[in-house]
Design a protein around this ligand. Sequence first.
Ligand SMILES: Cc1cc2nc3c(=O)[nH]c(=O)nc-3n(C[C@H](O)[C@H](O)[C@H](O)COP(=O)(O)O)c2cc1C
Length: 433
Amino acid sequence: MGFREYINQIDKEGLLRKVDLEVSKKLEIAGILKETEPTPVMFTNVKESDFRVVGNVFCTKGVIASYFGVTPAELIPMLSKAIDERSEPEIVSNAPCQEIIEPNVDLEKIPILFHCDKDGGNYISSAVVVTRDPDYGQNLDFHRAMQYSKDKFATRIVKGRHFDKFLEKNREVEVAFCIGNTPNILIAGATSVDIGVDELTIANALEPIKVVKAKSVDLIIPAEAEFILEGKVYFEERHSEGPFVDLTETYDTIREEPIFEVKKITHRKDAIWQALLPGALEHKILMGMPREPTIFTKVNATGVKCLDVNISPGGSSWLHAIVQIDKKTEEDGKKAIGGTFAGHTSCKHVFIVDKDIDIYDPLSVEWAMATRFQGDTRMIVKDKEPGSSLDPSAEPGTKMTTKIGFDLTKPLVVKGKSFDIAEFPKVDLNKYF
Ligand SMILES: Cc1cc2nc3c(=O)[nH]c(=O)nc-3n(C[C@H](O)[C@H](O)[C@H](O)COP(=O)(O)O)c2cc1C
């Protein structure tokens, strides 16, 4: 299903709220989206643009699971399978995303939102970015882009990203920023797999897609997207980028980042701009969820049976992982901690729990910490390792951090004390009230 079809579907089901009053792309739309999340909202009357804006579309695991027709618990196995069983999308020659080819590039006509008052500019935050390297082929990832002129952005490219490698090697790289995508493409773009894997094949394995050749760059792009911004990113040419509210809901600093020059804009008729609120629920889900299958796989590879993984929103959906295991030996907790850090290298704190703990309930996890954990024997401290550049408390510039694994599982041999929640007698209240 394309993004447009999905929006029409939730509209018919009464799940889409509409704002027909004139609203500004500067702060106002972001404010409304924040107040209304996780409800999807469409803005039909944007002051500065003829295009409509929609946001809060995929804010919860429940919504994403229902998009795919599965339960939230089935998402991790589904993503793992798609990564393993990738498939080539169908190439078409006529694509909705190219229905209109703008004669000139003028970014002012597009409702690129200004989200928070101290932001450095209007930001694209929902774009899935397609790039290509002569040796590795195509890559998909996300890069926020701060607009600073009618045809240019400064785009944030974290060191080590596959696009960063392409750029460092080739010095300038053709790009297509694709906006208005469904969860199969969004999740594929947020997945980190081996360099050389075109994540469009993961998207296609999640749900078949059509792709098309871009108009002015040598790239294959999702045919059903709403907007495509084609152009080039230059390694040497830089512009200040930021401040920007990032995943941790704190302002990220100003850096000199590569310039993205837009050379062609194509879009659907009556195109809808997909807004994605930085640091809010949708951003968190898209960042964290694709790391859960990689943790799941790495923990299982240590020989410990992993039952479920939650990269929890309280940890900004990036810095904390709660991992449920079926503990068989006393070493399992520590092995699982190692597997989790291997599956998500930006993770800072890992919590390993037994199968009786609800990993989606912070109180349940805290209870396990309070009653099953001892700091001297059940904690692994990894002093000064590379962590996440998003963590304000990591060393500025180097992202060095201290990682800690907490084994919150109960001991297999219980010496007198009980570690299980006691059950009260079951009664039929109707008898008494
Ligand atoms: C909504 C969203 C926004 C993101 N923004 C950026 C960004 O601005 N810069 C960046 O380098 N990574 C960003 N990321 C993370 C990468 O796109 C993501 O980790 C991706 O999987 C890296 O792909 P790669 O392994 O092909 O390099 C973002 C991810 C999401 C989900």
